[in-house]
Design a protein around this ligand. Structure first.
Ligand code: BYC
Length: 312
């Protein structure tokens, strides 16, 4: 097919809400931005297991431990579907891991903050998974077929993650004064990083315009952030916690909550590798990669042996 015809078909499909598939012609920049976004998303899922894994051995009871193990396993699964979706665009998994392990690849800023108490685990479910769902529901309708299909299952699981977190915080909110204080402290520390997850403001978002034109993203960073804030305020009231923003108030005219200025310097600092846990997270991923070398070698040796036996 000529490039001209391919381009025309691509544009028609985007216009008519027909998914773009792996073998279809697509503009180079579309392919590149999808590889960028999907691989960053995959890395976020895998690195996102680290702050939670920290609490598996310290969960307060068997039920909480089972839930947390299941959640972390879901995240490993999400990472794997997403790496597979990115591979359909012509990058290898080894290349993506190399980018992550050398610090070249981005992953969500949120996972560079520490999990100091048990209340952090519930708060991650409520706020971090809550923000993730707000952003990811639109991705179930993203224009690239393999990404959109992966997102359907991911969103169902994220919804369980959000609910288990909120439920565990509801228990703390009815507990002792010390438990209530632990809950409030966790919310105070996670609120701002959670609303930073949506990315820079629309004016600073370099990729949004093209991604929206191509229907990769369906809503802008600021639109999603506002929806998240609007949905979360009432949930905070039910928990009996305050959100650490003196400027947060209902704006009758806009029909939305106003909120304070985000500390963008902190955001970019974390994105550039200088957050509280960036170095620790990369070190943990590199260690896991190095220690898993024998597993990869054994799997390759087994596959070769099987292939030889089949050929004989
Ligand atoms: N952190 O032009 P923009 C989860 C970067 S995991 C770091 O607006 P875009 C979970 C951005 O990459 C949730 N970097 O970008 C797992 C870009 O840099 P490059 C993760 C950020 O792509 C375990 C630059 O800033 N979710 O749910 O249009 C446990 C300019 O930004 C961040 C996803 O990955 C950030 N927060 O929009 C619990 C969803 N924000 O690449 C939960 C998929 C922005 O040009 N991704 N940057 O060098 C997306 O929807 C979009 O990529 C974003 C950013 C909305 C995040």
């Amino acid at each position: 097919m000529s490039e001209e015809k391919g381009k025309q078909l691509f544009e028609q499909k985007i216009e008519n809400e027909v998914k773009i598939e792996a073998r279809d012609w697509m503009p180079d920049a579309y392919r590149k931005t999808l590889i960028r976004q999907i691989s960053q998303h995959a890395h976020s899922e895998i690195v996102g297991m680290l702050p939670e894994g920290n609490w598996i051995t310290r969960a307060p009871n068997l039920r909480r431990k089972l839930i947390l193990v299941a959640k972390a396993q879901d995240e490993a699964g999400h990472g794997l579907y997403l790496y597979s979706a990115a591979e359909t665009l012509g990058i290898t998994r080894d290349e993506m891991f190399e980018q992550l392990h050398t610090g070249k690849a981005k992953y969500s800023s949120i996972f560079n903050y520490p999990t100091l108490t048990w209340a952090d685990i519930g708060t991650i479910g409520w706020l971090v998974d809550g923000a993730a769902i707000m952003n990811q529901v639109m991705l179930c309708r993203t224009s690239y077929g393999p990404y959109a299909r992966a997102m359907v299952k991911i969103c169902k699981e994220e919804s369980f993650h959000q609910r288990q977190g909120y439920e565990s915080l509801l228990v703390l909110s009815k507990g002792t004064d010390a438990q209530k204080a632990m809950l409030q402290d966790a919310v105070d520390r996670w609120w701002w990083p959670s609303i930073m997850m949506f990315g820079p403001s629309d004016a600073e978002s370099t990729n949004s315009e093209k991604s929206i034109e191509w229907k990769i993203k369906r809503q802008t960073n600021d639109e999603l952030r506002q929806r998240f804030v609007d949905a979360t305020v009432e949930q905070a009231e039910i928990l009996g916690v305050t959100l650490p923003d003196p400027d947060l108030k209902w704006n009758e005219e806009r029909g939305h909550y106003d909120f304070g200025e985000i500390d963008w310097e902190e955001f970019w600092n974390v994105v550039k590798g200088n957050g509280p846990c960036n170095k620790e997270r990369l070190a943990a991923r590199n260690k896991a990669w190095d220690e898993g070398a024998w597993v990869r070698e054994a799997a390759m040796a087994h596959a070769e042996k099987k292939a030889k036996r089949k050929a004989a």
